[in-house]
Design a protein around this ligand. Structure first.
Ligand SMILES: CC(C)(COP(=O)(O)OP(=O)(O)OC[C@H]1O[C@@H](n2cnc3c(N)ncnc32)[C@H](O)[C@@H]1OP(=O)(O)O)[C@@H](O)C(=O)NCCC(=O)NCCS
Length: 329
């Protein structure tokens, strides 16, 4: 079995910026509350014409360029999303067609904010067993379509974005050394997108009246505490599996759910803030997309350099959590 490499990364955020100050005009909230409780200052909102596959396509094209590859070269496309263009077909199939990646098999993965880590894990298995030589792993979310813009406790948190990475089995490039993923279905109700699924009947007049088509958060404070614990555990799992201590790690790229969650787990691990990548102030929580967007920004800004030991760590609805260790070279 050869090494699994990260050949290139890419990301895309929609042009429209929605600031906290703009939210103040329609909601009983303030920029000060949102910044203090979450660290978010603004988020991006997709155009009404843009679906998850459209954002994903733009991120994927940049990743392909960085990897010096063409869409026709792709063997496998895995798209992580909880906001697919349609329930059927998969958003990955729309993406395959839009990219002209006709030689690739394509499918979606649903693991909420941990979706990119789950997708990395699945792609890595296919590459390790030799069935495919390369993969486009992409996460894309248009969460703005799922939000109740009257619900100040939830709608201020989320945004739209996409990020991508190309994996292959060559001898060059950053080495994807491990991926660990976990689930706890018993707490699945804590982050829920109910309508349209088979347990809730299709969307009806009544379900819309009751707001069942909106993303719902239950016990957000409890989720906050579980998140801190799981982020810390999964960082430790990634480091120890690869024979390292947390202090050996150059950069931790966490899922961007809340700046206070990030600070709390960093404190628990005794990691200084300069070793943590943070961009939540610009984009909010873009679910599965936060990690690949942050990874791409860290690569392109030079924050990740040759020799960097990088841990990606995520926690989200499902519940799901996990981590990945990448040795840059
Ligand atoms: C949602 C979250 C930001 C709320 O922050 P918090 O500090 O826990 O705030 P609370 O929910 O305790 O609310 C405190 C008060 O602010 C109010 N409030 C909530 N949203 C507000 C807003 N946008 N503006 C102003 N006040 C707001 C509440 O009504 C509450 O008022 P009360 O004390 O009079 O009842 C935080 O709990 C969180 O990030 N949780 C995890 C979210 C999650 O599940 N993310 C996805 C998975 S990682």
């Amino acid at each position: 079995m050869g090494s699994i490499r990260v050949l290139g990364t890419g990301s895309h955020v929609p042009e429209t910026v929605l600031t906290n100050f703009e939210l103040e005009k329609t909601l009983d909230t303030t920029d000060e509350w949102i910044v203090q409780r979450t660290g978010i200052r603004e988020r991006r909102i997709a155009d009404t014409q843009e679906a998850a596959s459209d954002l994903a396509k733009k991120a994927a094209i940049k990743a392909l360029e960085a990897a010096n590859m063409r869409a026709e070269d792709l063997d496998l496309i895995i798209l992580a999303t909880i906001t697919p263009d349609t329930c059927c077909p998969a958003a990955a199939n729309w993406l395959q067609a839009k990219l002209g990646a006709g030689n690739a098999v394509s499918f979606d993965i649903t693991a909420a904010c941990t979706g990119f880590i789950f997708a990395l894990s699945v792609a890595r298995q296919y590459l390790q067993n030799g069935q495919y030589k390369n993969a486009l792993v992409v996460a894309s979310e248009v969460l703005s379509r799922t939000l109740n813009w009257q619900d100040r406790a939830s709608c201020i948190l989320w945004g739209d974005a996409a990020g991508a990475a190309i994996l292959d089995t060559s001898e060059q490039g950053a080495e994807l050394l491990s991926v660990h993923i976990h689930s706890d279905g018993s707490a699945g109700r804590n982050l829920l997108l109910p309508s349209g699924g088979s347990s809730t009947t299709p969307i009806t007049e009544a379900s819309v009246r009751e707001g069942r088509h909106y993303l719902a958060m239950i016990d957000a404070n409890k989720t906050f505490k579980v998140a801190v614990k799981r982020f810390a555990e999964s960082c430790e799992e990634a480091a120890s599996y690869n024979g390292h201590r947390i202090s050996d790690i150059d950069l931790i790229i966490p899922h961007q759910a809340n700046l206070r969650i990030i600070r709390a787990f960093a404190e628990r691990l005794k990691v200084p803030e300069e070793k943590i990548f943070i961009n939540i102030h610009k984009y909010g929580n873009t679910s599965a997309a936060t990690i690949p967007v942050a990874l791409d920004e860290a690569v392109r800004s030079g924050r990740i350099k040759a020799g960097s030991k990088v841990i990606l760590t995520a926690f989200g609805g499902g519940l799901t959590w996990g981590s990945s260790f990448i040795q840059w070279n």
